[in-house]
Design a binder for this molecule. Sequence first.
Ligand code: ADP
Ligand code: MG
Length: 229
Amino acid sequence: LKDEVDKMERLSLVGQMAASITHEIRNPMAVIRGFVQLLNERSPEDQQSYFRIVLDELDRANAIINDFLSLAQNRIVEKEPSNLNDLLNDLLPLIWADANMRGQIIDLRLSESMDILHVNSKEMKQLILNLARNGMEAMNDKGILRIETLNLQDTVQLRVVDNGVGIPQEKLERLFEPFYTTKTNGTGLGLALCLSIVERHSGKIHVESAVGQGTSFIVSFCKPGRYCW
Ligand code: ADP
Ligand code: MG
């Protein structure tokens, strides 16, 4: 019986997700259609800016589809022994380039020792990148993004701390909902994906934020063989 119920729940979740993705893809499509229709009758300067808008909206639709697929696949992930500091070092050039383009600084603080975790590296990298991008998007060009690892007694922690706009208390609980976004070009799937990745790794994710001061995302992973929660 439990299996049946699980199956029903999964199916209705798939139905809900299908409904929301249909809605989310229709928005960029409507914008694209509108601007393409206007293209003919406008001046070359207007056309230039319309092309930009159309390309941006196509990219957004594409991002929604990509994020949605990673979220929906929920595949049984292959895990391998891995070191969080090494994963971060692999990603650093990418994160650093992104920050550089925005005039921001990355303050990397890797713990001296680091225990091995069993993780899917691809998913872990996606998690780190999503959190880092959100942090950068919340800051202006004076932003400093601190990325920190801690090797604690039973857990390994990743902390991504920005000094950006912060999140009002009443919005905190909606952050991980699929399609919740406050950005014009957001998909609202980044944190939903982060949560599902953390759950697949038996981890916990926690947010602390103060409006006007910044936000910290803290992800904890249980070390192999320990009881954490
Ligand atoms: P997206 O980035 O596409 O909007 P996410 O799921 O990654 O979607 O994030 C959802 C929302 O959570 C964002 O639109 C933003 O309002 C809020 N948010 C996430 N991270 C931060 C952060 N570091 N600082 C402030 N707000 C954030
Ligand atoms: Mg995001």
